[in-house]
Design a protein around this ligand. Sequence first.
Ligand code: ATP
Ligand code: MG
Length: 401
Amino acid sequence: MFGFLGRKKAKKNEPVIRARPDHCISRKNIDRDALRVLYRLNDLGYTAYLVGGGVRDLLLGRKPKDFDVGTSAKPDEVKRAFRNCFLIGRRFRLAHLRFGRKIIETATFRQNSQTVGEIIEHAAEGPFEDNTFGTPETDAYRRDFTVNGLFYNIRDFSVIDWVGGLKDLEKRVIRSIGDPMIRFREDPVRMMRAIKFASRLDFKIEKDTAKAMHKLHSMILSASAPRVCEEVFRLFPYGKSAEAFRMMWEYGLMGDLLPELAEFIKKDGGLKSRTWKYLAMLDRYEIAMAKQGYDVPNGLRAAVLYAAWAHDEPGNSREIMGTMLRSLKIPKATYFLAVLMIDSVKRLSRPPEKSRLRFLHNRDFPDALDFNRIVVRAEGRSEKILDQWQDLYNEEMSKET
Ligand code: ATP
Ligand code: MG
C-alpha cells in the first residue's frame, strides 16, 4: 500500500516539449525580422520565444498575420538591444520593433491577463511597472485559448506547451485556458475571439467554453465599445463571416450587440434567414479580394450584413444602418458608406442613362458596383444591368487617362 502513495503525488507542473523533428515549424516560414529579433535576444542570453497566433498558424500550415515575440528581457533591456525599438504603454510596457512598415511586438513574459488593448487604455494611469512580469509558464496561462498559448523556442527550435494547446490543435477545438466562467468575466471580448478563431480555423468550441458563452454572452455589453467594434469587423476578412455571424446569433452575442438586426434575423427564419446567403456571397468576394491584396471597406461589409433587412425596407437605409451606428458606435464614415451602398441598389437596378452619369465618378462607385454584384448573386438575379454599368465605367475611366 505504502508504495503507491508517493507516486500519485502531483508532479511539479512541466510543459510538454515537442522537439524539432516532431513538429512542422520551419524557420523558412518565420518572418526574417522576427527571426532576427529572436536570435539577438537569445545571443544576449535571454529566453526568446515566438508566441501566440503565429505559432498556432505555423503549426496549422497557415500564413501568420503577425509574429509576436515573448522574452525574459525587460522592456528597457529590449530597448537597449535594438535601435529600432519604441516602448508603448506605461502600466506594462511593450516593445515595438520597427522594420520598415512592419512591427514585431516584443513583450516581456507576464503574469496577469491584461491585454494589449487594456494596456493602451490604462496608459495614462501611472508610470509604475506593476509587478506584472512573470515566467514563460505564467505567460502561457494568462493567454485566452489553449491553441494561442504555444511557444516556439529559438534556442532549440522546439515547441513548448504549458496549456494543452498541441492536443487541442489536433482535435481542432477552441478551449479556454482555465475556467471559462472566470476567463470570460475577466474579459468578455474573449467570447468574440472564440467565435473568430472557431469560424476562421473551422474549429469547434469546446463544450465547457461554449456553455460559459451561452451563460455570459450579455457581459459583452460591459466591454469597451472600440474593442468590441474592432472585433466585429475582424469577423469578416477571412471569408468566414457567414459562419461567424451565425455563431454570434446562436450564442446570443448578436442579440446583445445588434439587437434590431438579431430581431430581424429571428423574424426572417433564424438559421434560415437570407442574411446568411448574403454573407456567404460576401465571403467569396473577401477571399478573391484578399488574393489581390485589396482590403474590403467596412462600410461594404456592414451593408452586406444588413442587406436582407434593407431589401425588405427599401428607402429605409439610414434607419437600418443607424441601429448599427448607435449600438456598436461604428465610425461615421463606415455608416455613411454602408448607407451609400444600400442606396445604390435602386440606382444600379436600372440601365445607365447617358445623361445621368455623375455616380460613375463617385469614388465609391467601384465598391457600390461590387456590393450590387454580391446582392444580385445572393438573390440569384441576372447581372446584365450591372455589366452595362461596368462597361460604361470602364469607358469613362479610359477617357480620363
Ligand atoms: P490573429 O491571427 O487574428 O492576429 P492572434 O492569436 O495573433 O490572432 P492577437 O489578437 O494578435 O491574436 O493576440 C496575440 C496573442 O495574445 C493571442 O494569440 C493570445 O495568446 C494573446 N491574447 C490576445 N488577446 C487576448 C485576450 N483578450 N486575453 C488573453 N490573451 C489574449
Ligand atoms: Mg496576432
